[in-house]
Design a protein around this ligand. Structure first.
Ligand code: MN
Length: 252
């Protein structure tokens, strides 16, 4: 079992080190992670400059690019083998509901998934690394399960782990993504020169935390495991939009 490990918090992040330590013995681990914190990078690739890959003293490769860059480079030229699994994390903070679209942690896993490799993203739901050890133990259990009994087909799992002592975790729930209200307003400020600047504001309040959602699982101190897919097509709206386009549409 060859496992490619990445993250979005950067190659020095405690969550990455914890994940690597937790997975020791389950396979051959290769780390390719961003040089700096790229949280919120989503699936972006760097196309306007070349990227450098360097190796830290602990063996981790790091790239002056995004999480997607890291996994993309690893799979398309850096590694001389094809990993059996891509794992990402452990992220400093939750990646649930609509937030998964912005997540660099999920994006690193997604890049593996796009290349047909099973992939799992791990996030510790509270920022600050408290109870990171619980998340690492859960990550090991799930990766172990994938080595013992691999899920068939192309899989992308988004795993969120409550920040509580391991013994307090109320099992694993397989969930759908919940929903949030729109984000809070931007925070307006100004530079010392008086030019206006804007900080992206906080996330919106949770609007769907039903029992079967990721938010619902975490509220109940359970681990949330959501299988994701990437086909954004809204199939139910195909005929609606064909009708809307009317005679302009040639595939009525
Ligand atoms: Mn992050």
């Amino acid at each position: 079992m060859r496992i490619l490990v990445s993250n979005d918090d950067g190659y020095n992040a405690p969550g990455l080190e914890a994940l690597v330590q937790a997975l020791k013995g389950l396979g051959e681990l290769t780390v390719v992670a961003p040089e700096t914190n790229c949280s919120g990078a989503s699936n972006s690739l760097t196309l306007n400059r070349p990227l450098s890959v360097r190796q830290a003293a602990n063996g981790f490769y790091y790239v002056n690019g995004t999480p997607s860059d890291c996994v993309h480079i690893a799979l398309t030229g850096l590694l001389d083998f094809r990993p059996d699994l891509v794992v990402s994390g452990i992220n400093n903070g939750a990646n649930m509901g609509d937030d998964t679209l912005y997540s660099g942690t999920v994006a690193a896993a997604t890049e593996g998934y796009l290349f047909g490799i099973p992939a799992i993203a791990f996030s510790l739901v509270q920022k600050g690394w408290e109870h990171l050890d619980s998340a690492a133990r859960i990550a090991r259990k799930l990766v172990e399960q994938q080595t013992v009994s691999p899920l068939a087909g192309n899989i992308l799992l988004n795993v969120n782990i409550p920040a509580v002592p391991y013994e307090a975790i109320q099992g694993i729930r397989v969930t759908r993504l919940g929903k949030r209200h729109p984000s809070e307003p931007v925070v307006k400020s100004s530079t010392p020169y008086g030019d206006p600047v804007y900080w992206i504001g906080p996330v919106g309040r949770v609007s769907d935390s039903a029992d079967d959602t990721d938010f619902g699982a975490i509220e109940q101190l359970a681990v949330s495991v959501t299988p994701l897919r990437l086909d954004l097509t809204h199939y139910e709206q195909l005929s609606l939009v064909r009708n809307w386009a009317g005679p302009l549409c040639v595939n009525q």
